[in-house]
Design a binder for this molecule. Structure first.
Ligand code: NOJ
Ligand code: CA
Length: 600
């Protein structure tokens, strides 16, 4: 570590630049000690520069103050400007901040094979950083998300900026196993963490995302006034997903298959008017629709060893959510909910604030800290992209903050998407990607023409390659029942690990990882590839010497293909030991999953 004090004698002020260097990279931040001539101040701008030595390949998404839900682009740095212009003219709804600004975490590869990642760690009470490329001299400059007045941050000493981080290695696997971002965060602030538990869950969700059922209970009310809409007098639309019968069916399914929780979205009043209106107070987060019996359903779930997962779509009205937060968490405590999925769809209220500005970054953390007081785990969607704060607040069990699995129902994502995210978005913390879609052609059961750009075996791989202590089995129970032999892997796979070994990796191409399930001798291996497929040779060196394992391989069939034949898979079983080799061929857009259960 090196701390340099920079003094401004004329004003009798000083700041510190602190560097920390690790085996896998470095971080630096600016610190503002408490001092006579510096107590309150405003950050008008931060211009940290990152000079790159060459025209690297980059995996990037456009800079945007409000969303990360973009397709990833792979290109040379010198091509960003023209590709960004193209993307702006193709997508009128998207609002990139400039022609050369990109988001972090930014993964690059130099022409001579060095992997470089730029991100930030411990973004607290500060706006999220983007990187603007000056492509005439190949230098990135930081761009902070502005507040409603165009300023960047209000500060009071003593304080500091987040760490600006660079991870470097000549081996792509080291990018994935690096803990640099977590190491630059503060240690855990929660004394008793025993209530924080990994969660495997299913939910009344995908059918709404696909458009088969609805979050709203009725179509009668184009405009909802909180507490003044009498749902008992409205006509049910007959498509409401979160109804007693359906939720019971999901609870039964979870209980039968060892899933911990059932997410239910659309359980609460207000969804008739949640999107695109001037919604200040549509949701109170405590009043269920008439066909959702909160108490009875929780009791039913608990009687079967399952919990319901709470859902709070804030529709980005941070003020309204903060007003209701305490009563919403108390309701969860009363009924035995331990986890909440929250969401921030739409424009932020207060108006003019951005999803990634200082105001909202403080809001997300406030919700997590309040949740900790109530022993509640939080998984926020559309929130700012993570910077390792889950080390300090491990009840921040997940985030979306990227283009998640839902986009497979909104036109699809490129097959290489999931073999880039672990290098970029996941550097800052786990992602609630929502894998496990078995029926990839959505028009076979709905009117949705979209389709999932992955094979079925590739979906299984994601439980390993997309690290998260929160994993959803996102498809419908009836779809899993049709492919029960493949669903066995989702039943078996752990969500909590003692050890992880990245066996092979290349950004945008393939990732293979072996993980040892917590407090067991069992291992699980997942491999995912892009649209070209990949041949993997896996040496089982990581197994215990002298022990035998029952090995079940869920692989793409030889003729599998993400577009033409996604459901072609082969399951094989054999006994293996340390030193054995598995040769597995991944189809285009495919993957594989392996369970290795230690034999007595
Ligand atoms: C977007 C989230 O990503 C999705 O999972 C959720 O279902 C909807 N918002 C509604 O809250
Ligand atoms: Ca989303």
């Amino acid at each position: 570590e090196l701390a340099m004090t920079l003094s401004q004698p004329s004003e009798e002020r000083s700041i510190i630049i602190r560097f920390r260097v690790y085996n896998d990279g470095m971080g630096f931040r600016y610190e503002f000690p408490q001092q006579k001539n510096l107590s309150y101040f405003i950050i008008k701008d931060e211009r940290s520069e990152f000079a790159v030595s060459d025209d690297h390949t980059a995996w990037w998404i456009p800079g945007d103050y409000d969303t990360q839900e973009y397709e990833i682009v792979e290109s040379k740095l010198s091509e960003i400007r023209s590709l960004m212009k193209q993307s702006i003219s193709d997508n009128a709804s998207q609002t990139p901040i400039s022609e050369t600004a990109v988001q972090t975490s930014l993964q690059m590869k130099s022409p001579n094979g060095l992997y470089i990642n730029i991100h930030e760690a411990a973004c607290v009470n500060y706006p999220t950083m983007h990187l603007e490329l000056d492509d005439s001299r190949m230098v990135f400059t930081s761009v902070l998300t502005p507040n409603a007045e165009g300023l960047k941050a209000y500060m009071q000493t003593p304080c500091q900026t987040p760490w600006r981080t660079v991870i470097v290695s000549d081996d792509a696997r080291n990018m994935l196993s690096s803990n640099l971002i977590l190491n630059l965060n503060e240690p855990c602030k929660i004394e008793d963490t025993s209530w924080i538990k990994p969660v495997k869950y299913c939910g009344v969700w995908w059918e709404m995302i696909v458009g088969k059922s609805s979050w709203n209970y009725t179509d009668d009310y184009p405009s909802v006034i909180l507490g003044k809409t009498d749902y008992a007098k409205s006509r049910p639309n007959g498509r409401h997903g979160a109804n007693n019968e359906k939720v019971r069916r999901y609870i039964d399914f979870a209980a039968k298959n060892g899933l911990d929780q059932v997410l239910v979205e659309g359980w609460n009043e207000g969804w008739e008017d949640w999107f695109g209106h001037s919604k200040f107070d549509v949701f109170d987060f405590v009043t269920p629709y008439p066909d959702f019996d909160l108490q009875a359903l929780n009791e039913y779930a608990h009687s079967k060893g399952v919990r319901l997962m709470m859902h709070h779509e804030t529709s980005s009205s941070a003020t309204n959510y903060e007003r209701w937060l305490k009563s919403a968490y108390e309701l969860m405590n009363r009924h035995g909910y331990t986890a909440v999925k929250s969401g921030y769809v739409g424009d932020i209220i207060p108006r003019g604030e951005h999803h990634y500005g200082q105001y909202m970054n403080n809001h997300y953390l406030y919700c997590v800290e309040e949740a900790a007081k109530h022993k509640i785990m939080v998984n926020a969607h559309e929130a700012t992209r993570p910077t390792g704060l889950c080390r300090t607040w491990p009840n921040l069990i997940g985030n979306e903050s990227a283009r998640g699995g839902e986009f497979e129902a909104f036109g699809g994502s490129k097959p290489f998407h999931t073999v880039v995210l672990p290098f970029t978005r996941l550097q800052g913390g786990p992602m609630d990607y929502t894998p496990g879609i078995f029926v990839t052609r959505l028009n076979t059961w709905s009117d949705n023409p979209s389709w999932v750009r992955s094979t079925l075996a590739g979906q299984l791989a994601l439980y390993l390659t997309m690290y998260s202590p929160l994993q959803m089995a996102a498809d419908l129970p009836e779809h899993y029942e049709k492919f029960d032999d493949a669903f066995q892997f989702i039943r078996d796979v752990a969500v909590d690990w003692d050890d992880s070994r990245y066996l092979e990796a290349e950004p945008g191409r393939y990732i293979t990882v072996a993980r040892k399930a917590k407090n067991t001798e069992n291992w699980f291996v997942g491999g995912k590839s892009n649209e070209n497929g990949h041949s993997s040779v896996i040496r089982l060196d990581f197994l215990d010497k002298g022990r035998k394992y029952e090995c079940t391989v869920y692989a793409d069939a030889p003729n599998a293909h993400y577009e033409t034949n996604p459901q072609a898979y082969v399951i094989t079983k054999k006994t293996v030991k340390q030193g054995d080799t598995l040769r597995l061929k991944q189809a285009p857009g495919g993957g594989f999953a392996v369970s290795l259960i230690a034999l007595p």
